[in-house]
Design a binder for this molecule. Structure first.
Ligand code: SAM
Length: 275
């Protein structure tokens, strides 16, 4: 499939000598059908600002641009910059590439006019969860972004969308469920990537809630850390480090329950009872 007149991605890799590096979580997508499908999940993109983390040789970037987005991409691997410059000149004024580490980037400062960007990325697996947590802990809330459409390992995707009383339910599900609505859009098999990772991947679409239950993110973090740190133990045991007996009494939550049985409202109640 051709979505632009740029060279095929395999050729781009050869031309710029972009041997994928494991240390940078480089598993590239070459199939423009697939990158277009990911871009479409983000919604209507015509003239919409988009943040892309880790454009690499630009497969997803090209799909976003072909759908009319205004892309700001941040890439840590300087070897990718010449390939991205070629895309930039094909779409004048529509792609801005920042050379740097996404973990250190103040994304909000890039969009001072209040025109909320969508975040779309095939994330490097080594920093993907940390980036998601940073975005979920954004202050103020509702955040500076409109939505997130992100590729994760399937197992991480399941931890984001998990419901109570399931194996994957934990801190990530409570944090994501408190402030957002999230769903797994579709799976992507290992062979879609170069080189193929060992496991299945999934694209997750996440939309911030306008009015999550009022709660302090740090307190919710402390409660979930204590509760899920010893997830097989009863709450009266696992919550001891945070003065659990009092919290359980104030909230009326039964101390013989385990963390995985509590819904988000109950975690929020415990966090709000913390001093
Ligand atoms: N978007 C491309 C694609 O779909 O083919 C590449 C995705 S690859 C999974 C992850 C990309 O993130 C790589 O290009 C890698 O160099 C980049 N990357 C890794 N760590 C990064 C970081 N801390 N900040 C910004 N980019 C990073």
């Amino acid at each position: 499939m051709s979505i632009d007149n740029l060279p095929p991605l395999r050729q781009v890799l050869e031309q710029y000598d972009l041997m994928p590096k494991k240390s940078l979580g480089q598993n590239f997508l070459f199939d423009l059908n697939l990158t277009s499908k990911i871009a479409r999940q983000a919604g209507a993109l015509q003239d919409q600002p988009v943040i892309e983390v880790g454009p690499g040789p630009g497969g997803l970037t090209r799909a976003l641009l072909a759908q009319g987005a205004l892309v700001t991409a941040i890439e840590r691997d300087e070897r990718c910059l010449p390939a991205l410059a070629e895309i930039e000149s094909h779409y004048p004024g529509r792609l801005k590439v920042i050379s740097g580490d996404a973990l250190e980037q103040d994304f909000e400062a890039l969009f001072p006019d209040g025109n909320k960007p969508r975040i779309v990325a095939n994330l490097p697996y080594n920093v993907g969860t940390q980036l998601l947590i940073n975005w979920l802990l954004s202050e103020p809330w509702p955040p500076y972004y409109q939505s997130m459409t992100l590729m994760f390992q399937r197992e991480v995707a399941e931890r984001i969308v998990a419901a109570p009383n399931t194996d994957h339910y934990g801190r990530l599900a409570v944090l994501a469920g408190w402030r957002t609505q999230s769903r797994i859009a579709f799976d992507v098999p290992p062979q879609a990537f170069t080189p193929p990772p060992k496991v299945m991947s999934s694209v997750v679409h996440i939309t911030p809630l306008d009015k999550p239950l009022p709660c302090d993110a740090q307190k919710l973090g402390r409660i979930t850390q204590a509760a899920f740190g010893q997830r097989r133990k009863m709450l009266r045991q696992s919550l001891k480090p945070v003065n659990g007996a009092k919290l359980l009494e104030v909230t009326g939550i039964d101390g013989t329950r385990r963390a995985e049985t509590l819904n988000i409202e109950e975690f929020v109640a415990l966090a709000n009872a913390l001093d």
